[in-house]
Design a protein around this ligand. Structure first.
Ligand SMILES: N[C@@H](CCC(=O)N[C@@H](CS)C(=O)NCC(=O)O)C(=O)O
Length: 307
């Protein structure tokens, strides 16, 4: 049976979305693109996610995947070849996300917004302050630009060093490690005019960046947000029920919980556990517009609380 087409809810400037677009390219997939606004509200998406507001989200019928960790896991499960985990590298390419998606990303955000400075629109700043629950202080980021450049160089230098023996990809063969590290270079390239200067001493990184860009985005077709919502409403979630006998907190299918990120955008999504494992939790919820959906989250970087 042919697989349903994945739908990515994203915006073009989003670096985390770029990770997934590149994976579509690597796996040569056709996908539907729903462009969401860069700031809230997103009235056709929230009925599906139950309040999760970070970008991107992937939808397959009435199954909704929140956070790139779980999106990637699902894409690898459904489309195992070519693999993002080649040559026996089953764990490290994913674990590396805790570097690329957190400290390296925060450094890149500060570099990008410090560089854009007072051209950042007020509505965007207000939206990101709500997301972070803290001040989004563009003026302070601009003052910190010299430090951010230094730190970005240090992160970039790790990439350069890893490519030092002339291999084309970080682990030899193309893997998730390349995709995750590339996200930050891609993001800086979009907005930091002096990026060539910053990267001037990293020729291997720059050649690798060009190879990454050439991977492309697969076959993208635009879809409206209302059409995506209708697809969810007329589909049935395809998630089997299973428990985790080793769950250290004794959680099991049927328990009511809230699931939320532990860093920013901490909006709990509430529902009933359908399945769980060390790396995954799926909860069932229903919404007047989306119908019954199952929402999937990773475990690393997320909190599961009783509802
Ligand atoms: N850990 C998340 C991080 C996603 C993230 O921070 N995305 C940014 C955009 S690239 C975001 O959510 N910005 C706020 C928003 O879009 O509402 C993931 O891997 O998906």
């Amino acid at each position: 049976m042919s697989q349903p087409t994945p739908i990515l809810h994203h915006f073009d400037q989003s670096p985390f979305s770029e990770k997934i677009r590149i994976i579509f390219g690597f796996k040569k997939l056709a996908w539907s693109s729903v462009r969401i606004s860069r700031i809230m509200p997103r009235p056709d998406l929230m009925p599906m996610t139950g309040g999760y507001r970070r970008t991107p989200t992937m939808q397959i019928g009435a199954d909704i995947y929140c956070d790139t960790q779980i999106i990637i896991r699902e894409l690898e499960r459904r489309y195992p070849t070519p693999s993002l985990f080649p040559g026996g590298h089953a764990g490290m390419p994913a674990a590396l996300g805790m570097w690329t998606d957190r400290p390296f990303f925060q450094n890149t955000v500060n570099l990008v917004f410090g560089f854009i400075g007072d051209k950042v629109p007020r509505e965007f700043i207000e939206d990101r302050e709500k997301l972070r629950g803290a001040k989004f202080d563009v003026a302070a980021m601009t003052v910190a630009l010299p430090q951010m450049r230094d730190q970005f160089r240090a992160h970039a230098d790790w990439i350069e060093a890893q490519l030092g023996d002339g291999k084309p990809w970080l682990l030899g063969e193309f893997s998730l490690a390349d995709v995750s590290a590339y996200m930050n270079v891609w993001y800086a390239r979009q907005s930091v005019a002096s990026i060539d200067e910053i990267l001037a001493h990293f020729p291997r990184l720059v050649a690798w960046e060009a190879r990454m860009r050439a991977v492309g985005h697969g076959t993208r077709t635009e879809m409206s947000s209302t059409e995506a919502l209708e697809i969810a409403a007329r589909s049935t979630p395809q998630s089997p029920v299973f428990g985790d006998p080793a769950d250290p907190n004794g959680r099991k299918p049927g328990d009511r919980v809230g699931v939320l990120p532990d860093d920013y955008g901490k909006v709990p999504v509430r529902g009933e556990i359908v399945s769980l494992s060390a790396q995954h939790i799926a909860i069932r919820r229903s919404d007047p517009r989306a119908g019954e959906v199952v929402v999937h989250f990773p475990r690393a970087g997320f909190l599961v609380v009783p509802d």
